[in-house]
Design a protein. Structure first.
Ligand code: ATP
Ligand code: MG
Length: 522
């Protein structure tokens, strides 16, 4: 009978005393209830959960660093700094004897390998892995469960996770914590705080389970695209590891060693039957998948595999070869053209950093008419960016003469400043020097004569202040074929600390004041 089944489940487990007495109570209740009654059903269901959890069961951590490094290297190309951070983290754990009580946060644009690195961390440690997304989660009950009085009540995700993995110390990955919702149904963020906080999660109380469960041995790994929307209290408890996106050479290696073999294997097509030349692969990266991560690249390669499979079946060819010449048969016309950088009078390439990674940010200034003075601004700019456009305008007004333009140019010029790709909201102060340069280029009637990108905040007095995301921005510049960049002097260290492969072939000018920028540009 049920009572015996439940008792049998507990054999060999170290059930905490308080939990055991609850189980005994419920078992007593079950044995006097009518088998067909609704109450029997709910009690039985409750006991089912209580006895299905792995009380006191843990797996042994493998804190063997060479092995861990091997796992990380096997699954991921590049990402050297990320791997180093993880190894350091494990080394610390090896001395402490465990890695519980820490929370890692992997932050970076889509498709850079956050989920996949999380999996490897679990594998390196020899721990079970469980992953779920908290993105869009609006109901606290999804994390903390429903009270049992509620019809169809269920425990929350944490209890479900522990049941599923059958140990108390898995790696639990919480995906998209920057996209967690808020609503009238309680606040999932504060529920999550309870789960993650080592002070509180030793005796985590799920509403349904109604007995305390120790989550302190769980290693939590969170992922996010951006830090902005993560509640401060959560952020403070996490160790951030940043994944910033790949340059073309890295994508090539990732595709060759991981994505392509994986796709062929999944399709069960022998390697020699589809031959993707290295030229074609490069063209896929350049022309069809310009993104920080490799998700789009993976999709395009998948399309090639599908189309090639059709060709193999419809003809009696032994193999299909994909070259630069016939790539369009597989993928259609390229989505990106080779030379994407805009040039002209009043046009400047800025560098932006968003949750999608780094990006080039073209900025255009144009004289609309000469009837009055003033300027307008378009391109869906946030408040901070509008302010920095105002600063750029004021600064330019006062210093035109200094920069070789007619000092009265703006007296009879209504100027329009636009930041294209109007559908994407943009914000931040880092386009200050770029907007100023666009205005001066307009006043001088002189275009920038070479591919050059810049980023830096400008103050009213012409100081250039530091900006964030140097690494992401350099990656974005390289992706667009720009190898000359102006950065704020105060970001010099950030730049110098970048790995050599990102600095190779780059000319970087550091600017302290706007004069330094002008000297490089004009
Ligand atoms: P999202 O924010 O959209 O969830 P993500 O950062 O979690 O993205 P993943 O799903 O981990 O991205 O990665 C996308 C794909 O690219 C996976 O198939 C992953 O294995 C592969 N990949 C990403 N980076 C690397 C790398 N450095 N080496 C090998 N494969 C990689
Ligand atoms: Mg992911």
């Amino acid at each position: 009978n049920d009572v015996d089944t439940f008792r049998a489940r507990l054999e060999g487990l170290t059930v905490p005393e308080r939990v055991m007495s609850r189980i005994d109570e419920e078992l007593d209740k079950l044995s006097v209830l009518e088998t067909g009654s609704p109450e029997y059903g709910t009690t039985r269901n409750y006991l089912d959960w209580l006895t299905a959890l792995p009380w006191g069961v843990t797996s042994d951590d493998q804190l063997d660093l060479p092995r861990a490094r091997k796992v990380l290297d096997r699954d991921h190309d590049g990402l050297e700094e990320v791997k180093d951070r993880i190894i350091e983290f494990l080394a610390e754990g090896a001395f402490k004897g465990d890695v519980g009580g820490s929370i890692l946060l992997l932050v970076g644009p889509p498709g850079v390998g956050k989920t996949s690195v999380g999996r490897s961390i679990a594998e390196a440690l020899g721990r079970k892995f469980y992953r779920f997304s908290v993105g869009g989660m609006r109901d606290e009950a999804e994390i903390k469960g429903h009270r049992r009085t509620y019809i169809g009540a269920m425990p929350g995700k944490m209890v479900q996770a522990i049941k599923e993995v059958e140990v108390e110390n898995p790696v639990i990955m919480l995906d998209e914590i920057d996209k967690m919702g808020q609503s009238f149904q309680g606040d999932p963020a504060s529920a999550l705080l309870e789960v993650l906080d080592p002070e509180q999660n030793v005796d985590f109380l799920d509403h349904y389970l109604d007995v305390r469960l120790d989550l302190s041995k769980v290693l939590f790994v969170c992922t996010a695209n951006t830090l902005d929307s993560i509640p401060r209290a959560l952020l403070d408890r996490m160790e951030q590891i940043r994944l910033s996106g790949y340059i073309a050479e890295e994508k090539y290696a990732i595709a060759k060693h991981h994505l392509w073999p994986k796709l062929l294997k999944r399709a069960n097509i022998p390697k020699k039957r589809i031959n993707l030349t290295s030229g074609a692969l490069k063209q896929v990266i350049e022309g069809y998948a310009r993104e920080a991560g490799v998700r789009q690249l993976e999709k395009q390669l998948h399309r090639i595999v599908r189309k090639a499979a059709v060709k193999l079946l419809e003809s009696d060819q032994e193999s299909v070869k994909i070259t630069v010449g016939n790539l369009e048969e597989f993928l259609g016309a390229p989505l990106f053209r080779k030379e994407e950088v805009l040039q002209g009078v009043g046009v400047v390439t800025g560098l932006a950093w968003t949750s999608m990674g780094g990006a080039t940010l073209p900025i255009e200034a144009n004289k609309v008419h000469a009837l009055d003075r003033g300027f307008k601004l378009t391109g869906k700019l946030g408040d901070v960016m509008q302010e920095s456009a105002n600063i750029a305008y004021s600064y330019t007004l006062g210093h035109l003469g200094e920069y070789g333009a007619d000092a009265d140019f703006f007296n009879e010029a209504f100027v329009h400043l636009h930041v294209p790709e109007g559908a994407t909201p943009k914000d931040g102060p880092s386009a200050g020097i770029s907007m100023t340069t666009a205005l001066i280029s307009l006043a001088r009637n002189q275009a920038i004569d070479r591919p050059l990108a810049m980023t830096g905040e400008l103050t009213l007095t012409g100081q250039v202040l530091p900006i964030g995301g140097v690494r992401e921005k350099i990656i974005a510049a390289r992706r667009s074929g720009i190898f000359e960049v102006i950065l704020p002097e105060a970001n010099k260290r950030d730049y110098e600390e970048l790995p050599d492969f990102l600095k190779k072939g780059m000319t970087v000018h550091f600017a302290k004041r706007y004069q330094d920028v002008a000297k490089v540009v004009f």
